[in-house]
Write a new protein. Structure first.
Length: 107
């Protein structure tokens, strides 16, 4: 079982994974701005969300820019377009400041 690590530079890419792997997406986030990364879509027969955590940078005060880590368990073969959106929860769901999409091909 492997950990497939993804970052903002992987947006638009096609990545391979195997059943039992973990997909870890790390994206820059500033929660104090109200913008947070949310799951916007995935194929549940292929991926299951397994956690989300904000990690502030070391040595900085509260409210600074850090990294959102989203984890997904790879549960079956197939293809999944994993979509994430950076948005404020009180704004229209279709409104997002930024999007992240990656296609996962699981064998």
């Amino acid at each position: 079982m492997a950990v497939i690590e993804l970052a903002g530079t992987d947006a638009g890419q096609v990545r391979s994974a195997g059943s039992g792997d973990t997909v870890l997406v790390r994206l820059a986030e500033t929660p104090a701005s109200g913008y947070r990364w949310e799951i916007d879509g995935y194929e549940p027969a292929v991926l299951v969300p397994s956690g989300s955590e904000f990690r502030p940078p070391t040595g900085t005060g509260m409210g600074g820019r850090g990294t959102r880590e989203l984890r997904f368990a790879v549960v079956g073969p197939g293809r999944s377009l994993l979509r994430l959106a950076l948005r404020r929860y009180w704004e229209e769901p279709l409104t997002s400041a930024e999007r992240f999409e990656v296609t996962l091909v699981v064998t």
